[in-house]
Write a protein of this length. Sequence first.
Length: 57
Amino acid sequence: MLFVNVQVVVADPFNIPIIKGLYNEWLEQPGSEKAKRYLHTEYHPVVKSITSQLQNW
């Protein structure tokens, strides 16, 4: 199937009422330490151990 003239609406997340409420009641402000701790994620590799491999055997 070929999609032609597909339009994507890009919205500012800070204009969404639920997001505004989260920041007002819990996260304080964008970029705060609380916001970074709870919303920002990062990748870290999972270390494989012999125990986890034996469970799958």
